[in-house]
Design a protein around this ligand. Structure first.
Ligand code: ZN
Length: 666
């Protein structure tokens, strides 16, 4: 069995984990669970970084011995990861004896290789980053990552690591291993940095007691970054003869999942350290993006920190995991808002997946006493979609495009809802001649649910198990090769139980849920986000586009509408990515816009007022939850808001200081 060893960054314990910290652990957990599902002998390492001066200070402020403080914080971190169902196999603390052993081993090897020399470091040091800073990197004299903090000027005896010597070997390694650092944007950034020349880096600090002493000079400790990186190797037994077999089995790591801000340490310094120590370098590094809260940087001082336990308590840990994985392109930056979180919960889980499970179980009981078996009478439409989805999912997950993996699973769920609407089992049930057809329809729908649950297992482990249980499928010992494909045979006994994810009433989406066992209104199936009473785009191109002139249905002109009516119209900030004239139309422009969660195409009747090029880059407002409409053969998904004087040219609504795409307008 192939093995797979992956790690996350280890965390400073001077503050408790926030949602940004949790994002990394959840994504790494999804990869770990996916590898296990695929049959890899998987080892997933996480841990805490304790030898930081910040940790030492934090402990002193609380009147605690630093180690006692770290013990307390370990419990805080473990509790958070347990609440999020993060399935690490090993948790290392850098104060553990096994880590000291590993650090001493690598430091000594590098020293013996002649790559460490004594010198004096004089320069800036940001205590918050625990990082030496070059003058040119400071912004108004302050740390670029800590704009309110002036770094300390220090002058002390340091031992230096000859990083400069590894410029060529690193470039060669990058050239020979195109997948070494991902995504490509990080790889290019780091390649440019290496090409511009590397300077030697400090690997020790003088006059400190909190840390691991250098083997050859007990008056200095190993610099906290040099120390921290080694955790990945010390956790699998580096330097301990009793663990030689374990080390041989697990090193090098297959994947380090880290934040983009620490890519330089992981993709430059760490491999150079390993090369010097004559140890294999990790096979891949993935630098994920940052999370913002309502478009703002997460920061304690700004009050934009979210406790992941609060987020899990609000809607459940699986809905939170799904949000983090599905809504943020892995590798890019992403945003969290409570409103968007609840909205995705309602759309993806309450209305879509949860509703599908309930409806199929309910129909299975109503028409077949809960027992489903294939009859062979039907089309292979849904099975073909299932197989395609599996292929897309696998390709995405194998290349760490976790968001695309999640999206693939939801394509199968959407297709199943559409399949039910199209085949109308409630009508088949009225026709005795259609009994076999009905049996196959219900079996296929249940099979699609089973398959989707298998694909979602890495992302929503406990929900996946619950769904599998309800559709009468095996829950334990899942294996992708066996369970991750369309099954055509076997009897299923479905359980008809309550809703998996009860709807949350929020201001964002206010349509009523579809009752699980009644024929749905056509508009609600496969497009659960749509609000039936919102103004509709007219299919008539001359009336199309930019201006919502009709009041919401049910309100006569001049009548006041309630706030609830208004809230049904979901307005969002969007950025125009591309614009072009619609052929044979004087009025229409075709726009491609970024609405935060996705890119959309829409058609707007503003061609007489705007050249297409003038719109690109503009931030506008769109009606997000408008039903799609075909205009001049183009499907328009939304509507751009504009002021439209009678007989005059429209002016699109825009902003002085554009908010992030996806921001709600109301
Ligand atoms: Zn800093």
């Amino acid at each position: 069995m192939s093995r797979y060893f992956l790690t996350t960054a280890i965390d400073y314990v001077n503050s408790q984990p926030h949602l940004g910290t949790a994002y990394e652990k959840v994504c790494a957990d999804v990869i770990a669970r996916y590898k296990r599902l695929c049959g890899f002998d998987t080892r997933f390492l996480m841990g805490n970084d304790e030898h930081s001066q910040n940790v030492f200070k934090q402990a002193a402020e609380k009147g605690l011995d630093p180690l006692a403080y770290c013990d307390l914080m370990e419990q805080v971190f473990r509790k958070t990861w347990a609440r999020l169902d993060v399935s690490f196999d090993d948790f290392i603390r850098t104060t553990e004896p096994r880590h000291r052993t590993g650090v001493s081993e690598i430091a000594q090897r590098i020293y013996d290789a002649g790559d460490i020399y004594e010198g004096v470091y004089e320069g800036w040091y940001c205590v918050s980053c625990e990082e030496f800073k070059q003058e040119k990197d400071l912004v108004n004299g302050n740390c670029p990552l800590h704009p309110t903090l002036k770094p300390e000027w220090i002058r002390e005896k340091n031992f230096f690591f000859r990083l400069s010597k590894y410029q060529r070997p690193l470039l060669d390694h990058f050239a020979a291993n195109p997948g070494f650092l991902r995504p490509d944007v990080r790889r290019n950034e780091i390649l440019r940095l290496i090409e511009s020349g590397l300077i030697d880096v400090s690997m020790s600090r003088a006059g400190q007691s909190w840390g691991i002493p250098l083997p050859w000079d007990r008056s200095s400790v190993v610099y906290v970054w040099f120390d921290a990186l080694i955790n990945y190797a010390s956790a699998v037994g580096l330097g301990n003869p009793a663990d030689a077999e374990m080390f041989a089995k697990w090193w090098p790591a297959d994947l380090h999942v880290i934040g983009k801000d620490i890519t330089r340490f992981h993709a430059v310094i760490w491999p150079a350290m390993l090369m010097s120590a004559q140890l294999p370098v990790p096979r891949a590094i993935f630098g994920h993006g940052f999370m913002t809260l309502n478009g703002q940087r997460m920061s304690k001082t700004l009050g934009t920190i979210i406790d992941p336990i609060d987020a899990a308590d609000r809607l459940g840990h699986d809905p939170l995991r799904l949000y983090l994985v599905k809504e943020i392109a892995f590798g890019g930056d992403g945003d969290f808002s409570w409103e968007r979180y609840e909205e995705r919960y309602n759309v993806d889980l309450a209305n879509n997946l949860g509703n599908l499970v309930s409806r199929v179980a309910s129909m299975a009981h109503r028409y077949r006493q809960g027992r489903l078996a294939p009859t062979g009478v039907g089309s292979d439409q849904l099975p073909r979609i299932g197989e395609q989805v599996v292929a897309d999912y696998r390709k995405a997950m194998d290349s760490f495009a976790l968001h695309e993996g999640a999206a693939a699973a939801f394509r199968l769920i959407d297709a199943s809802n559409e399949f039910i609407a199209a085949t109308a089992p409630w009508s088949l049930a009225k026709d005795p001649a259609a009994a076999d057809r009905l049996g196959q329809v219900l079996f296929d729908a249940a099979e699609a649910i089973r398959l989707a649950a298998v694909l979602l297992e890495p992302i929503m482990p406990s929900s996946s198990r619950e769904i599998l249980r309800r559709v009468g499928a095996p829950v334990d010992g899942l294996n992708f090769d066996r369970d991750g494909r369309w099954h055509t045979g076997g009897e299923r006994v479905l359980l008809n139980e309550g809703p998996l994810w009860p709807r949350k009433e929020t201001s964002a989406v206010t349509e009523k849920p579809v009752p699980p066992d009644t024929p749905p209104a056509p508009a609600a199936v496969g497009a659960p986000a749509l609000v039936p009473s919102a103004p509709q785009a007219s299919p008539d191109p001359t009336a199309a586009g930019a201006t919502p002139t009709a009041p919401p249905a049910g309100a006569a002109p001049g009548d006041r509408i309630s706030i609830d009516d208004f809230m049904k119209v979901e307005l969002r900030v969007a950025k125009v990515l591309a614009a072009e004239k619609v052929e044979k139309s004087k009025k229409l422009l075709k726009l491609s816009v970024d609405v935060g969660s996705e890119h959309r195409t829409l058609v707007a009747g503003i061609a007489e007022a705007y050249e297409p090029e003038a719109l690109v880059g503009k931030t506008v407002v769109v009606v997000f939850n408008l039903k799609p409409a075909k205009l001049m053969g183009i499907e328009s998904n939304g509507m751009v808001l504009a002021a439209s004087p009678d007989g005059g040219k429209p002016t699109v609504v825009t902003f002085e200081a554009p908010p992030a795409p996806g921001t709600r307008v109301r």
